[in-house]
Write a protein that binds this ligand. Structure first.
Ligand code: UT7
Length: 335
């Protein structure tokens, strides 16, 4: 069995900053409500004409990760692209990245696991490396939420939370078995599929049918979230899946150097921090500045943590996510 490790990280967020105050101009909300319930102060939204798409943001993050990993882009054996907001219904955004990076014929695969998308992608990459099939894998998490949010009072329960952005990691084969991804843990519970979802348009109800119905009450083409149910499940599943990872590696919570949770809600991160007895320095949060960027959130946060020197060789780094599906997962990494 081979070992995999993260050799380079990168991120990209659009320049356009949307503050809570900006949102009050298009919906009934307030800075205080948003900060109190979520911790978010501002997020980034793609601006028409700025050239960004889900894939393009992923490419920008990937270029930084490739540079930092000090590999040649032509040595990438596989691209894994996690998103819930792909450029097209099909094909996936992974092939667009492959084309933009001009990597000849390397396979590209999209992963559809929303907030857990990056952990699912990282785990998939880890398996491909551990079995010896591939040496260098580009893993991207990227979202263009702003293109699909309902920016009105009706949509405020969802639209104040989500932001755009991308993060990327290069996973490489390593001979040092004491470092790298120690284990990953994935779960799903499809009975709650519709509790955080975008149902239409779908193959059950395609665009012409929606247009023909001309129903102003139809919100099926906007994201729906049963916020309180998601919150309650998130705090339980985050805790469980972190414990599962620690236990498998015979580690204890006091050995965690840095926890990078999916940036769903600052209150969720704070709950987990308290539960695991971690200090502010041991939990990395940037939801205040970017909102919830779903598949982008962990690689963006991990990149910033690394850039700030908060991830050092030998550190025990724990990643954990929960979201739509429901799906959840964790990764235990010895940096
Ligand atoms: O990354 C995927 C995972 N997602 C999550 O983990 C999200 C988990 N859930 C949450 O973070 C919280 O449920 C929210 C932040 C989404 C909402 O907070 P909440 O405390 O659960 O609020 P609520 O949905 O129960 O709404 C409370 C009130 C309602 O008004 P009434 O019915 O009490 O009069 C809402 O209409 O707040 C109202 N409201 C808002 N008010 C101002 C909902 N959204 C807004 C808003 N601004 N943006």
């Amino acid at each position: 069995m081979y070992q995999s490790r993260i050799a380079g990280l990168g991120m990209y967020v659009p320049e356009n900053v949307v503050t809570n105050e900006d949102l009050t101009k298009v919906m009934e909300t307030s800075h205080d409500w948003i900060v109190e319930r979520t911790g978010i102060h501002e997020r980034r939204h793609i601006e028409k004409g700025d050239g960004n798409t889900t894939a393009i943001m992923g490419v920008k993050a990937a270029k930084t990760a490739i540079e930092r990993a000090e590999i040649n882009k032509d040595d990438i054996d596989l691209i894994l692209f996690a998103t819930l907001s792909p450029d097209y219904y099909f094909p996936g955004s992974g092939v667009l990245v492959q084309e933009a990076l001009e990597i000849e014929n390397c396979p590209a695969m999209d992963i559809r696991n929303q907030c857990s998308g990056f952990i699912y992608a990282l785990s998939t990459a880890d398996q491909f490396i551990k079995t010896g099939m591939y040496n260098n894998i580009l893993v991207i998490g990227s979202e263009n939420h702003s293109g699909g949010l309902e920016m009105s009072t009706r949509g405020r329960g969802v639209s104040v939370i989500f932001g755009d952005g991308a993060g990327a990691a290069i996973l490489i084969r390593s001979d040092d078995s004491s470092r790298g991804i120690l284990s990953t843990h994935l779960h799903a519970q499809g009975e709650f599929a519709e509790e955080l979802s975008l149902i239409g348009p779908s193959t059950n109800r395609w665009v012409p049918e929606i247009i023909a119905a001309n129903d102003p009450e139809d919100t099926s083409y906007y994201p729906y979230m049963n916020g309180q149910l998601v919150f309650k499940n998130a705090v339980v599943r985050f805790s469980e899946v972190i414990m599962e990872g620690l236990k498998q590696n015979e580690l204890t919570q006091d050995q965690i150097d840095l926890l990078v949770p999916h940036q769903a809600n600052l209150r969720i991160s704070q709950f987990i921090q308290k539960k695991f007895g971690l200090t502010d320095d041991q939990v990395y949060n940037n939801i205040q500045r970017y909102g919830n960027t779903t598949a982008g959130s962990i690689p963006i946060a991990l990149t910033e943590a690394w850039q700030e020197g908060k991830v050092q060789p030998g550190d025990l780094v724990v990643l954990a996510a929960f979201g739509s599906g429901f799906t959840w997962g964790s990764a235990i990494i010895r940096w």
